[in-house]
Design a protein around this ligand. Sequence first.
Ligand SMILES: [Zn+2]
Length: 510
Amino acid sequence: MLLTPRAQAARPQAAAPHTASPRTRSPRRLRATALLASAVSVCLLAASAPAAPLGVGDRLFPYLGNPGYDVASYDLSFTYPGSNSKPLQAVTTIDAWTTTNLDRLNLDFAHGKVESVEVDGESASYTKAGDDLVVTPREPLVEGSWTRITVRHTSDPVSADGQDGGWVRTKDGLAMANQADAAHLVFPCNDHPSDKAMFTIRVTAPDGYTAVANGLPAGVDRVGRATTWTYRTQHPMATELTQVSIGRSSVVHRDGPNGLPVRDVVPTKDRKVLEPWLAKTPDQIAWMESKVGPYPFETYGVLMAEATTGFELETQTLSLFEKDLFTEPAYPKWYVESIMVHELSHQWFGDSVSPRAWSDLWLNEGHATWYEALYAQEKAGRSMETRMKAAYGASDSWRAAGGPPARPKAPAPGQKISIFRPNVYDGAALALYALREEIGRSDFERLERTWVELHRDGTATTADFEQLAAEISGRDLGDFFKAWLYGEKTPPMPGHPDWKSVDPGKKAGK
Ligand SMILES: [Zn+2]
């Protein structure tokens, strides 16, 4: 993600903190209970305990994700009514592998009406608890088995009170912006990047609309006066990176490096004026490949939406941009191009290699800012050193406001910026700059290439990055990373003892 400079951070507000504590039942506990009571009373006990919102223990979003299962695939089906102020009819089918015995399971789903839930083809009871949909199957699910959950529901593009994000209403339809914690405003899911899955997305829309989603097309079916478009991902994806565009759009195709299919989605009426920007993508992909290795997915493209989001977003294989970024003459050409590269580089850093927890966000944004700045330097002569020196000056105040890069502060109520503060953008790119100064350019570049290759299609942690950097450089970097990623104050910049951070307690210039 990248905030556009004119907009004051239109980010989802922090969800109200829940008070109930997470509760899980381990198989051992279940067995121990069974020794003391008959099977019947175990079921009664399970049924009588109150449903509670659960999470996977993310420090910043405690109630995102759910324990007890891994999702392998989502099949999302949306029917667009031809108006973006009315709910879509939707069916979400989840294939998951249970990792513990479950007498019930939680999905994240907070906005939309549930009409029915089936588990393995049988109707199941369900209730709401906080932002969770708590499903109780007829028979408890056994650890180490496949289960299929089908939820018929509505998906409401009109935001609930205080919950921005999820569907974005555009001038001619809808797009999606789920980062960090808004996919469950759109569809029931295990809404945490640690549980990536394959996606099939079907969209039925009336004549005159075009629907596009992540991945490659897998079918177009016309029925009466509507069309159903099907898309399928070829690589696992985090829920926060889902994209569905419905609009009066054109899909523009071209070849990228090595025949990579590039397809962009633009308002049909603006296709001509936007074409010079679209034409830049293949060279940008080639530039990124020259830096970090092969593009990690089956396709790429930009979605230029007529909407004021206040940010651009790296939705997997199809990044979301505000159309105005390309038509507003106030933005210099080099700047717009560097923003395109920012979202493109996220396909490697953040999408293919996604964060294990949201505290690892700096690995996304630090790297995207890095390649954004490097591109601006190489293509437009905008000095990275100058940018990093300026970042150094601001770094202490960024850390004071948002926390150190790898231990960001939680989203605060009323702060729409959520966790997307400067500490994880230029503040984190600054830590990468320090690392390059410390281990040298050649090891740093090898680290970057190895990182995206090693963790491709997976999730990774800050500790994984630290370990790989130590291995590649043959150095003990423990103290270096502790200071740069977790320190309250910015450490001295290696090789630049003259760089000074401005004390956040004093005004600049004093
Ligand atoms: Zn970003």
